[in-house]
Design a protein around this ligand. Sequence first.
Ligand SMILES: Cc1cc2nc3c(=O)[nH]c(=O)nc-3n(C[C@H](O)[C@H](O)[C@H](O)COP(=O)(O)O)c2cc1C
Length: 199
Amino acid sequence: MSENSRLVILVGSVREGRFGPVVASWVAEQAGAHGGFDVDVVDLANADVPLALPAESPKLAGEAYPRPAGMLDLTARFEAADAFVIVTPEYNHSYPASLKAAIDWHFTQWTAKPVAFVSYGGAAGGRHAVLHLENVLTELHAVTIRDGLSFPNYYLNFDMDAGLPHDDQAGVYAKAMLEQLDWWATVLKDARRRIPYPA
Ligand SMILES: Cc1cc2nc3c(=O)[nH]c(=O)nc-3n(C[C@H](O)[C@H](O)[C@H](O)COP(=O)(O)O)c2cc1C
């Protein structure tokens, strides 16, 4: 039996009164039930992620990149991850600035790793946010996963007290996403160990 992959479930919104942690907590339960992952829920609200970046590129600076002390834990957890699920809302047809900043402060931590998406929002359910994220993560040499979950009008599609989706098929969709993510995480972890990635 192969070792578990380390999965970071990233809460992308930091807004006061945000819904993101409810979705992330449900995703973490699904990932725990899957059994193939050691799950780490990372909340950007707990990290210091300034908008002003250093002069150099995080790709070229490597470990010498001058990150604030309040970001070091975030960076270490990204570094340790074999796979990511990004939990994102949609803000003005894209994803939150908090998430963009966290992505831009890192580079190699994303490279040759799989990323799946669970989105939520108003009418759009986060579909524009995910399209933008797929585009951005390609630049970082991440591998985006085809299957994901979207919760439009999340206040109608979630039992707000229980923190569970009303759709009883949601768990089935989550399982499909997690199985693809697990496959890629296992394959890419092995490949990263054996062959230097040509980036
Ligand atoms: C600044 C802002 C812009 C938004 N723009 C959109 C949008 O373009 N499409 C959409 O479906 N929902 C939009 N919404 C609704 C959010 O997706 C919804 O409020 C969601 O709960 C926000 O995530 P959060 O609670 O984790 O911050 C917007 C919300 C905010 C605060």
